[in-house]
Design a protein around this ligand. Structure first.
Ligand code: TNX
Length: 480
């Protein structure tokens, strides 16, 4: 049997009661008015035991209920007693968080009774935003692949999935009125080395958004601009300043493309795109990229952002942008996402003094596309090599001068896909580093400890194997 606190992210409060073990047996049922979360828990417990685990609104020894608990919308309390296991939370998202905790306390699969250690867990997140980014522009991943990824990352209480939908090598979301974006930009030969074609129709994207919402995950769509726009300009030469068609690109250079800042057609295009993406996305965020705009002058960049930021507001969304965006005056609800290896950034700090919140994604700590070690088959190394301890031993509130705890919306781990060709590749780069970053985003700073973490992480080797998830067997961990 696992110990009550053997969970990632480590819970805020754990009080074991060794006298009160709960047994899931063939007669155990889940009692809950919240059927959606009840069914998810039932699925987990059926797989762990082979027992039927019915869900009912009136009877059962496992009780899930909505009730006031401390700690905000995702907080929950689990009480494990001898004959009763209760879960309380303010919201369904909180109950879902609790289910992810319980999930780690039972086997992935098996047949026969399973015991859950007794005691109380009272848990709540440190940050509201705990994200992962997947680059579907450099290499496309299908809706089913992304759904399977959501199934794994939610186990670590990740609640935002940022999709990098457009870049120089591809455009992956259908936009009404601009069919060539995806016909050409998502067609054969797109992606790095021409190896990652594909795009989401509007229906497919809506299906993905709904699937994420059922798991309490907010999709954050990114349309990168004014740079990283070669694919759009291949599809529509009218989006270049001279109207001359540009060649498709499948290499990994960055910083060479720019939308034409002085052209009215640019903003007609962007208004169509922003309106569409906003309409398809129920979540509050719309990411406008803004990174590596080396082909746009500083003055043009400012002109551009001053026209585009109001469009995001006009269609009811909060703009997120890579932190270069903070070189301009931002609306108060805009969110710069810090991504570089530097340990200071003037624009981000200035935005914080004006009240903006920040997402932390320092590349030297959380970039899931960095190599683990010199001999890693996958990944890049411009921000260094990142093994688990390096992902774990840092704090988002201590990274940038002027950007403290109160300024942080949260933490996100981006996974760029230049070197990736399959979901197994995606999994290998994600695990075991994502659990480290998830713990930074969720757990209280004082509850974190590297030795404890590496011990808890070791148990996930066999769990991932049982789930069919590829992972890097980091030598820092004594895998079980
Ligand atoms: C930098 S991070 C980029 C991406 C690359 C990535 C590779 C950022 C905002 N821009 O265009 O894919 O490095 O690690």
């Amino acid at each position: 049997m696992r110990e009550l606190g053997d969970v990632i992210p480590v819970p805020a409060e754990v009080r074991p009661d060794p006298a009160a073990t709960f047994t899931i047996h063939s007669g155990t049922a889940i009692c809950t008015p919240t059927e959606s979360v009840g069914l998810l828990l039932a699925e987990v417990l059926r797989s762990a035991t082979g027992h039927p685990v019915p869900v009912s609104p009136t009877a059962g020894a496992i009780v899930l209920q909505l009730e006031d608990v401390d700690g905000g919308p995702e907080a929950y309390v689990v009480d494990v007693a001898r004959d009763l296991l209760t879960v309380r939370a303010n919201t369904e998202a909180g109950l879902f968080s609790a289910v992810q905790t319980l999930r780690q306390l039972v086997p992935v699969s098996g047949t026969g009774d399973v015991t859950v250690p007794g005691g109380r867990i009272a848990d709540r997140p440190r940050f509201a935003y705990r994200g992962v980014m997947l680059d579907v522009a450099r290499h496309f991943f299908t809706v089913d692949e992304v759904k399977s990824y959501l199934d794994v990352i939610t186990q670590f209480k990740i609640n935002h999935l940022h999709l990098h939908l457009t870049d120089d090598q591809g455009w992956r979301l259908e936009i009404a009125g601009w069919p060539r974006l995806t016909e050409v930009g998502g067609g054969p030969g797109t992606g790095v080395d021409g190896a990652g074609p594909g795009f989401y129709t509007r229906e497919e994207y809506a299906d993905l958004v709904a699937y994420a919402a059922q798991r309490y995950v907010t999709i954050v769509p990114e349309i990168d601009m004014p740079g990283h726009t070669n694919a759009a300009q291949v599809a529509y030469p009218e989006l270049t300043c001279d109207g001359v068609p540009v060649a498709p690109r499948t290499d990994t250079e960055v910083g060479y493309s720019s939308l034409c800042v002085g052209l009215d057609r640019t903003y007609e295009f962007l208004e169509d795109v922003i309106r569409e993406v906003a309409a398809l996305t129920p979540g509050p965020f719309l990411h406008i990229g803004g990174d590596e705009a080396q082909a746009t002058s500083a003055e043009d960049y400012r002109t551009f952002m001053d026209r585009v930021l109001p469009l995001v507001t006009k269609y009811g969304k909060r703009a997120v942008g890579w932190h270069e965006m903070a070189s301009v005056e931002l609306p108060g609800d805009a969110v710069p996402q810090f991504w570089r290896v530097e340990t200071a950034d003037e624009g981000t700090a200035r935005a914080v003094t004006r009240g903006n919140q920040v997402i932390m994604s320092p590349a030297d700590r959380v970039y899931l596309d960095m190599k683990y070690a010199e001999d890693s088959r996958l990944g890049l190394d411009w921000a260094g090599r990142i093994d688990v301890e390096r992902s774990y031993r840092w704090d988002p509130a201590a990274r940038l001068p002027g950007v403290g705890e109160e300024a942080l919306l949260g933490v996100e781990a981006p996974l760029w896909s230049e070197t990736l060709r399959s979901m197994a590749d995606v999994q290998t780069m994600t695990f075991p580093r994502l659990p480290a970053i998830a713990e930074i985003g969720w757990s209280p700073r004082g509850a974190r400890d590297w030795e404890s973490f590496r011990h808890r992480l070791a148990a996930f080797g066999p769990r991932w194997t049982a789930q069919g998830i590829a992972f890097h067997p980091s030598p820092e961990i004594d895998w079980l």
